[in-house]
Design a protein around this ligand. Structure first.
Ligand code: ADP
Ligand code: MG
Length: 249
């Protein structure tokens, strides 16, 4: 589904990714760990075409319905419409647009792209409130501005709500578990598990073993200085939690 080859990228002439390779098949859940500043969020931003980052070489091939797409040639909007989703490490607050307006617009544009009729407002509200209840988001959240005054954990749950609503294929979850209390962590881990299927792939960035214990990734990769220096299975995450990164670098 995703094939990243020898990716080099920088911001303001500062090299951040320095030859990154990654292959993800449909249905797989990959975890990325690595010290602060290693380039984990940079990878998420390059996958979704953040304008501040520039790619000097390498390729990102994304396959959907047997069709190969070059993500580097697509804009953020197209990338989203084609089923790539990013739950940001630091979701932004946007005043003046209610959560409902936002969720309605993104749902509408995805329906339009897929050639299906958009759900009417009343039904969409019911669907969203159902998801909100499941994620334990406050019921008044729909009328508030996007993430306005939300706690760190509520912002993360709101990201998950968008994911559940849009039903993407390739999902990048950047430190979704940071800032969540134990109940929040359990709810989100359960939502991810229920949402997993043989055609949907995940890239999950985390510093903590506790979410991986519940989600059980297929692969764990360690990012350091802009490239993966070690890959393994779930036991690698446990070893990192116990011993840190010094034995690897
Ligand atoms: P991680 O998510 O692994 O903690 P990031 O991808 O956020 O790391 O950052 C990688 C490196 O890029 C860090 O050294 C960070 O300071 C730098 N960086 C990120 N964004 C910018 C920016 N806008 N300007 C300058 N440096 C940046
Ligand atoms: Mg980060």
């Amino acid at each position: 589904m995703l094939k990243i080859t020898d990716l080099h990228a920088s911001i303001d002439d500062k090299k951040i990714l320095t030859g990154l390779n990654l292959n993800i098949n449909p249905g797989e859940l990959h975890c990325i760990m690595g010290p602060n500043g290693a380039g984990k969020s940079t990878l998420s931003k390059i996958l979704t075409k953040h304008p501040d980052y520039s790619v000097s070489s390498g390729s990102i091939e994304y396959t959907l319905n047997f069709e190969k797409n070059n993500l580097l040639n697509m804009d953020a909007n197209e990338i989203s419409l084609n089923g790539v989703f990013l739950a940001m490490q630091h979701p932004v607050e946007i005043g003046g647009i209610s959560n409902f307006q936002f969720l309605k617009e993104i749902t509408k544009s995805h329906c339009l792209h897929q050639g299906v009729a958009a759900t009417n407002d009343e039904d969409l509200k019911k669907i969203i409130l159902n998801l909100a209840e499941k994620l334990k988001l406050p019921s008044d959240f729909l009328d508030r501005s996007i993430n306005d005054g939300f706690s760190g954990g509520e912002k993360k749950r709101n990201e998950v709500l968008q994911m559940l609503l849009l039903k993407p294929n390739l999902i990048f979850l950047d430190e979704l578990d940071s800032g969540l209390d134990i109940d929040g962590l359990n709810i989100i881990a359960k939502s991810i598990k229920e949402f997993q299927n043989s055609e949907r792939s995940f890239l999950l960035v985390t510093h903590y073993h506790r979410i991986l214990e519940k989600i059980k990734p297929d692969f764990v990769h360690v990012l350091y200085n802009g490239k993966f220096i070690k890959s393994g299975d779930y036991s690698l995450a446990k070893k990192i939690e116990d011993q840190g990164y010094s034995w690897l670098i």
